[in-house]
Design a protein around this ligand. Sequence first.
Ligand SMILES: [Zn+2]
Ligand SMILES: [Zn+2]
Length: 368
Amino acid sequence: MTALIGHQAILRDLRALAAGADPPHAILFAGPEGTGRGLLALEYAKLLNCERAAPTAGASLFGDALPPADPASLPCNACRPCRQIEEGAHPDVITVSPGEALCRPRPGETSHARHPNSRDIRICQVRGIIDLVSRYPFEARTRMVILDPAERLGRDAAHTILKTLEEPPGHTTFALISAAPEAMLETIISRCRRIDVHTVARAEIEAGLRERGVAPDLAAEAAAASRGRPGRALAFAREPDLMATRHRLLARCETIAIATAGDRIKYAGELGERWQRDRGSVLNELDVWESFWEARLRAAAGVRGEGPAATVARMDVLGATAALRAVQRARDDLQAQVMTRAAIELMLLSFPRRTLRGPVQEDTAAHA
Ligand SMILES: [Zn+2]
Ligand SMILES: [Zn+2]
């Protein structure tokens, strides 16, 4: 079974593109982290290389001849290329991220400093990509080069790769993965077929987890915590530590939410500093904040009738709604690389004080 959960409509589109007369040679998968953008790129790589989709299906080098399959059932997920790609073991499916993958110093450059922890995809890596795509793949019909995250292509690197993106050799396709396409050069985006990858319905994620052997209770909890991102849900289901951390962070939200402005700013500083070295953990914390305010919103919205309790609840609805907007704006700003600390401070100072009375469970009980 493939790791992809949801996105069947996109998969249908990819099937049509791969089978078409002129498959795109660069696709931008744009959407939040954890939604399945990278897995969709791999599905596309499989579609381009599946032995059962081959024009010469039946001429497998590696096993018994395979008859061509019904196009709607592709990729087959059973042939050698499909399995290699699914397992991350195909020699012609290559991911380039910030770091040293494909790093290729300029000819004659005598010393090229190591950069295992660089924040950008550098021009030396682009040189490596250009060199790679000038050669035939080892065994693939179509090689796939995945740039992730594509918005980290530095300016020079982006300009250098433009021509290759526009006209790669026929045996290479690019997949660009980005949560922040607005931070990419328009000239890059315009050379790609863009596919927007949205979040997936909670029920679909829950069902996907259960199909993959996750126990029902855990599947429900992980799906809820994932906020529409199957990749996060799988991580929650497989790593108990992540779920425990989430519970701890939710408890911390309770504390921060009733803290003074000074304490909130201190916390903002802490998140801003952490953003420089661990973006994932900060984005994760914003998710937890969203869950926190959604729980408040649900509790307050459930209060009916008149009287002081109802008045407070109406204020709580407004406060939680504003807080949710503030979280969303902070996430957008961070991903668009607006000033980090300012973005986080603004979020924390936008959180209401009104709604900050004790845990949600007590609120609900008081009105039950
Ligand atoms: Zn296959
Ligand atoms: Zn380098």
